[in-house]
Design a protein around this ligand. Sequence first.
Ligand code: ATP
Length: 313
Amino acid sequence: TTGADVTDTRTAGPGAGVTVRVPAKVNVQLAVGAARPDGFHDLASVFLAVSLFDEVTATPADALTVTCSGPDADQVPLDRTNLAARAAEVLAARAGISPDVHLHIAKNIPVAGGMAGGSADGAAALLACDALWGLDTPREDLLALCAELGSDVPFSLVGGAALGTGRGELLTPVEAGTFHWVFAVAHGGLSTPSVFREFDRLTEGVDVPVPQASPVLLAALASGDPDALAAALANDLQPAALSLRPQLAATLAAGADAGALAGLVSGSGPTTAFLVRDPESAQKVAAALEASGTCRATRITASPAPGATVVPA
Ligand code: ATP
């Protein structure tokens, strides 16, 4: 044990960086209310973090720059519209410093897939910059900054399982047993605002009830019983996503034929999520989905997964 470890981020030497790992999410329930006067929708959203992760690494730089690697990297904006860059900007503004940082996103979460990939990178960048700059921002303040960045960003920071109300940003942790999932990644993305607009079109003239979390679903989630959860899964955005992307019906049918306990569109889609009994059936359902030709790729995951976490150097 001689000399200093030059890779130790605590020494903050040139090239030192902080890496944060952050999960994707699925909504096991997404109850959507009528459009509010401000255009947003009140939601009751039961978020579950799944073991599919992006990693964001923050390193000191002369200016704010973003790079991205991974199969979908070409679809990720590298300018200031990237949620990771916006996170660095809002945190630096709060601290009264300049956001001079290089952010590298190792992207594994499907882009524009309804799994909150951009939101995940925003939460990860916030935590990485906070550590890199030694700010020690209180947790409540980090959560408030997350809510400023987007409705799904606070959950990406917190992870686990939680009920989101308001626009989805007001979180209450909920209990969740272990569940196994297969995700079918679709060809192309869907823009979340366009799915909400389609929801509004489909519900025109309909008396949309006030969104509420289902007690049956919350009990199923806590119990860890996959059959109970399968029976309770619900996504009010699914008809809108299917209306915009009718091919998703074939993916849902292929997963059901393969023995999934249930399938649903993940958030605003077009990724579809299949609840399966165990890791063995996950392999089988994933193989059948890939063979069906109704999706671009599959990912096997488990839930709940932890929220944004600094990876030890
Ligand atoms: P949600 O589930 O929260 O509705 P999503 O998973 O459907 O989101 P994202 O992957 O977050 O969608 O991307 C939506 C759009 O946001 C992209 O098409 C892209 O233009 C933009 N974007 C901004 N920052 C990022 C980022 N870090 N990663 C991916 N997309 C980003």
